[in-house]
Design a binder for this molecule. Sequence first.
Ligand SMILES: NC(=O)c1ccc[n+]([C@@H]2O[C@H](COP(=O)([O-])OP(=O)(O)OC[C@H]3O[C@@H](n4cnc5c(N)ncnc54)[C@H](O)[C@@H]3O)[C@@H](O)[C@H]2O)c1
Length: 413
Amino acid sequence: MSKLKLGIVGAGFVANFHTRAITQVRSIEIDGVTAIKGAEALSDIVKKHHLGKGTVYANVAEMAKHVDAIAVYVPNFARLEIVEQIVDAVKQGAQLKGVICEKPLGRNVKEARRLVELADEVGLKTAYFENQIFMKPVQAQLKQLAPQQKTMGPLALTRSSEEHGGPHEAWFWDPTRQGGGVLCDMGCHSIAVGWYALTPIGKPITFLEPVSISAETALLKWGLPAWREKLLNERGVDYSKTPAEDFTTGIVTFRNPETGQLVKAQFTDSWMFEKQGLRLFMDGMGPGYAFEVNTLQSSLQIFIGDVAAEATADAEIALEKSTASRGLLAVQHNEADLYGYTDENEEAAAAFLAGRDGYLPWSYGLEITKLVMAGYMAAERKQTIDLIDPEIQGELETYIPLIQQGKGAEVLF
Ligand SMILES: NC(=O)c1ccc[n+]([C@@H]2O[C@H](COP(=O)([O-])OP(=O)(O)OC[C@H]3O[C@@H](n4cnc5c(N)ncnc54)[C@H](O)[C@@H]3O)[C@@H](O)[C@H]2O)c1
């Protein structure tokens, strides 16, 4: 079986998560790593698990000569610069088959569109990594409910949410570097998976046409004095000056172009979730059938009493963004697989090896960025945004939310 030789840019949280996933993927070798910080440590993991050569390269240009595809796992503010380096490398003769980018594709439509254009310029195949679409529970409900969908009709409502207590690195909290708060960071997941679950089986990923969006953004926890101070001390971000939203909710309405039926995807995302750790929740309602996914309901629970709590070295082992290390804990023993990282890697490798785009190309990531930006627009204007209005579509091309501009106080206070 031929394997895709992958080079990874960035060696932080998500690069490590993907590496864990790739221990379960037979079609990828991690042959290169380059990052400002963490490349050696990631390379050690690659070598320890025999996942590929794991050579540490000084930069993208060097790495591009030795791999088939590059995965961009750098922070949002560094995306464009890295993709420009990849495209330059191809122009210099690097034989790359494809390029992968983590969510969100861009901090705004202009940035996301530029990324799509750059890859097109040199004919690079693309994969936009939206792991939640590849989640096994999401895929399994589709298979299980296919007969119901066929006889009764498609889903009419989905509700999706991703919530935890707040991100692990300072740059996520800074709306100018990240692109906003939780709507930009996690709203992109919930909007994507909601849209996907509503899509009738067998139809293309953008078959349902986005018609309108309403949304709210709010700063409910991290703007309070004690939490603001903690954020300032621990992350160096001052939410009295440049706040970002820690809560968002909204509804996207879609139209089925064949039947005219209107269906809705409701999303809720927060960085103020006070439970055991990360929770992904999705449900869907069809005529006479439904599904529900809740990643905090695990088949494994463990209990750690106070006397034994000191022995727990690392709460994060139990669950991403764990908030407790004692009591009754939900444990996910294979998070990389549960969250869809395994299958999205497998799919991208198969696509690039066959000379095609991934199931979710960057052009799809651009559509998600548009919806996220329209969400900010709706919250800022306190209006439902008409997504078929050509004027709005034009505005979205250059729209930068106030929160992303560092002017969140005008919206959130
Ligand atoms: N799918 C998911 O659920 C998920 C989860 C976490 C992060 N992400 C996405 O992954 C991306 C990375 O997030 P993270 O949590 O791994 O961030 P991180 O801060 O933990 O790691 C970033 C890595 O990139 C490196 N880096 C920064 N600038 C660089 C540059 N110019 N050149 C080379 N390396 C550079 C850093 O040194 C570090 O190794 C983000 O876009 C984020 O949105 C997705």
